[in-house]
Each structure stands twice: as C-alpha cells, then as structure tokens.
Ligand binder design. Sequence first.
Ligand code: ATP
Length: 538
Amino acid sequence: MFNTKFFNEKDSLRPRKTKKTYFCPIMQQSELFKKVISHAKEYGFIFQSSEIYEGLNAVYDYGQNGAALKKNIRDYWWRAMVQLNENIVGIDAAIFMHPTTWKASGHVEAFNDPLIDNKDSKKRYRADVLIEEFVSKIENKISKEVTKAAKRFGNAFDKAQYLSTNPRVLEYQSKADSILKRMVKSLEKEDLADVKALIEELEIACPESGSRNWTDVKQFNLMFGTKLGASTETAIDLYLRPETAQGIFVNFLNVQKSGRMKLPFGIAQTGKAFRNEIVARQFIFRMREFEQMEMQFFIPPGTQKKWYEHWKEKRLKWHEALGLGSENYRFHDHDKLAHYADAATDIEFNFPFGFKELEGIHSRTDFDLGNHEKYTGKKLQYFDPVRNENYVPYVVETSIGLDRMFLAVFSKALQEETLVDGSTRTVLKLPPFLAPTKLAIFPLVKKDGLPDIARKIVEDLKFDFTISYDEKDAVGRRYRRQDALGTPYCITVDHQTIEDQTVTLRDRDSMSQERISIDALGKLLNDNLSISELLKKL
Ligand code: ATP
C-alpha cells in the first residue's frame, strides 16, 4: 500500500523535478550514436570482441547488463510468438547444416559481396576494404592534427571544439564521409562499375605491387566456410549458417508430424547467424556474428496475401507495445524482390543514423520447401484434409535481428536530462520489464542494522526479480548509477524502516519518491514489471 508522503530527510533524497529532456533534437544524431556506443561500454552492456587484442571488426560481446537486456528482449519475442499462439511452436536447430542446404536455399549462388584483383601482383582484395583503408588514412591524418594541436594548446585544448571547427580537420572529415557514402550507395545498388570507378578516382594502389592495374569488381560469397572432420582428407566443407530460417525448413516435416500440426502453423527459432559483411561500420547494427529471431508460418497456397498482411500488423503491434513511439517505425516495401519472395517489406526503425531495416516480413512462396524437395528427392508436403489434397505449403516469414532490436531499444532509451538545479543526469529509460535489473536496494547508512534489513528484502524478492544491492557512496550517486543502468525502481532502507517497516521507493523516470511498506513491494513490482501485462496488449 502506498503512503504518499515524500521522503525528506536528506536533500540528495528529495524528488527532483526535470526541467527538460533532451536527446535527439539537441544532441546531434552522430553525437547520440557515439554516446550510445560509449554508454554501452561504460555500463557493461557491450564490449568489442577480444578487445585486449585490439578487437575484431564487427564482432561484439555482450557484458553483464547487455546479456540480461538481450535475454529479456528475446523472451519478449519468444513468448509473444510461442506462448501466445497455440499454432506456433519453437525449435532450436544446429548452426551447422548439411552443405547442400545452402545450394537449395540459393545462398551458394546468390549471397555475394564485391571482390577485386590486382593484375600485376595477382592479389585479391575486397573492394570495400580497399576503400575503407583509404578512408582510415584520412582519419589518421585527423588524429595527427589533433595530437599536434593538443601539444600546441596544452591544458587549454578542447578536442571536441577543435574537431568541429578546425577547417583542415573538417575538410578531411567531409572527404572521408563522402567517400563512404558513395561506396555504400553503390554497393546497395550493386553498381560494381561505380565501386571500381571510385577506386580509380581515389588512385588506390595495390599495397603489394604499388600498381593501379585493377580487374573489374566481382561478387564474393558472404558465407563463412569451415570444415567438419578430424583429418584433412576426410573433412567436409561446411558453412556457418547465414540465417536461421533454413533450420526451420529442413525440420518442417519433423515438427508437423511429431506435433500433429495442422496448417496454418508456425515454427519459431532464435539463434546465431554469420555473415562476412562488407559494410560493417555501424556498431551492432551490422555484425559478422549476430542473432536472429525468425518465424516461418506455413499456409495453404493462395492464402499468402492474407497472412502477409496479418503478420505485418501483428509485428508492428509487437514493436509499438514497447512504447518507444509509433513515429519511430515505418514500413518499407521492397521494390526489388529476392529470388524467393512474392511480397516483402521491412519494418524500419528510426535509429540514431536514420530509418533503417529492423525486421523483414517476407512472403516466401513454396520456394524453400520446394527446393529442398528437389535437392533431397524427398517429399516435403502436407495433406490438407479440407482441400483433400497434398501440397507443398507456402510460407510467410517474420525475421528480426536481436542485436538490431537491442540497438533500437537502447538508443531510444538513452536520454540526458537537465534538472531544475542545472545539473544533468543520464538515464536509460528502458521499457521497465526489459531492464536488466528491476530493483536496487540501498541501506541509507552502513550501520544501525540497516544493511541487514536491506539484505533481508533482497533475499525475499530475489526469486522473482533481478535485484541489485548497493551500499557504497551517497544515495544520490547510487540513484544516478541505477538511472544509467535503466533500473526502474530503487528503494532506500532508513531509520524509519526500523520503526514502521516502510521504505522509500524512487521511480527512475519521474524521480518521485514515496514511502511504501515492505510487504507491498512484491505486488508493486509484479504489477509494474511483469511481461504478462505487456503480452495482454498484443
Ligand atoms: P540488410 O539489408 O540490413 O543487410 P538483410 O535484408 O540482409 O539486412 P535479412 O536477411 O532479411 O536482412 O535478415 C533479417 C534480419 O536480420 C534483418 O532485418 C536484421 O534485423 C538482421 N540482420 C541481418 N544482417 C545482420 C547483421 N549483419 N547484423 C545484425 N543484424 C542483421
């Protein structure tokens, strides 16, 4: 039960009103993105993979808080798919698959990126890497300018100001940006002639021969190859899966028969996928190892339009229920359809670098099952008792990257606020049920039995919620730490707790404080943090 009396023993514990919230409008988009990356690192969400060895490009590790947030997003998806729909089941297929799978799916033929050879050295390069290295050289020049200026100005040196005002630096930066922009555009349009033209215009030479005698740019396959087997003679070539969907298709009959599933029904799966991506410069937006959450919905031929519309609507609702703002989503229908699709759209999200694909919804026809039939010689058909016929089902797929979803949630949640007293706070306004830690518990001081009471609350609530106990520093600083981690509630145990078994409950977003009885905490957390309440809205 709430007691609405504000806690007022210490100034640092008083509720503080917010003057204004600023993020996108005041903070430049690129600045916000830098902030997202540094906040993710500083607070244990995301680290560069193998950082102590200088890292691995476009590969990231999730830290203690990132892993928890990622798991909560995955749970939200899984429960919305598998738990709420009695005709959708979940599986967990292996990453390694029979190599012919990827011939049947079209990936061996058509999953490619650009490659270029130097005619003199006979060395082969990725066209995009040559251009990226050229850009790195420009960036190195910027770093050198900064080092020189720092020496010249000493303690008075303001790096941010220098970077945004020095004409030479600005010229370098604009050159680097325009080269990358053109490269990305050409690659997206598959204009390989322009990629070559760019290499020639920039006068990029082969690092080995020093010559500029290049072949045309050709495509190269994005799949990572590996080997299975103990000896080189008997080992077979495999691929790390570039998508999780094929693990579902090859198990279509296993699941249908063992689960006695009737069409329409869906198979859901979350898991790692691997792509040797060429333009991998946007943090966890485009990674070489990433996680997908995919659902293939098997339907009678001819009903695909209806189900395609159904899943478009359902998936948008799933996103919007998070409360990140409907204006941040939009559909983008594909003009150029993939070889397997008869309709396709992306749900795009307004990332710090603009609207980009977050999720794909594809009407895949009977392409995949039909091709697996061809390559295996086995029937992958369904007997439809209503139509009284056998057929290869059609499929509507929903496919979302878990890491991209993480970036969407994290970047919108990260905000800076200026408080009435002029101070600022950084707060991660995550949807509460996604927060890595649900509740932080502080004893006001480390004596008078307060830590024991606080510990006892942790012991009672830890079975249902992730809780953090913190007794270091002033309470105000502890609040700030939890704000930065996205913890929705903090409670403080003080001397009044000894008398009346109440604690101060502080809300992350409003910063308001109320006294609440310890007995009421469990219900309050259940009511406000439970994923079930959110699922009911879907
Ligand atoms: P993009 O056009 O951005 O390369 P895609 O169309 O190739 O993506 P799909 O093959 O449709 O992507 O994969 C489904 C989802 O998987 C995407 O919507 C995205 O969320 C995620 N995804 C794809 N590639 C990556 C990647 N390299 N890193 C992180 N997530 C990815």
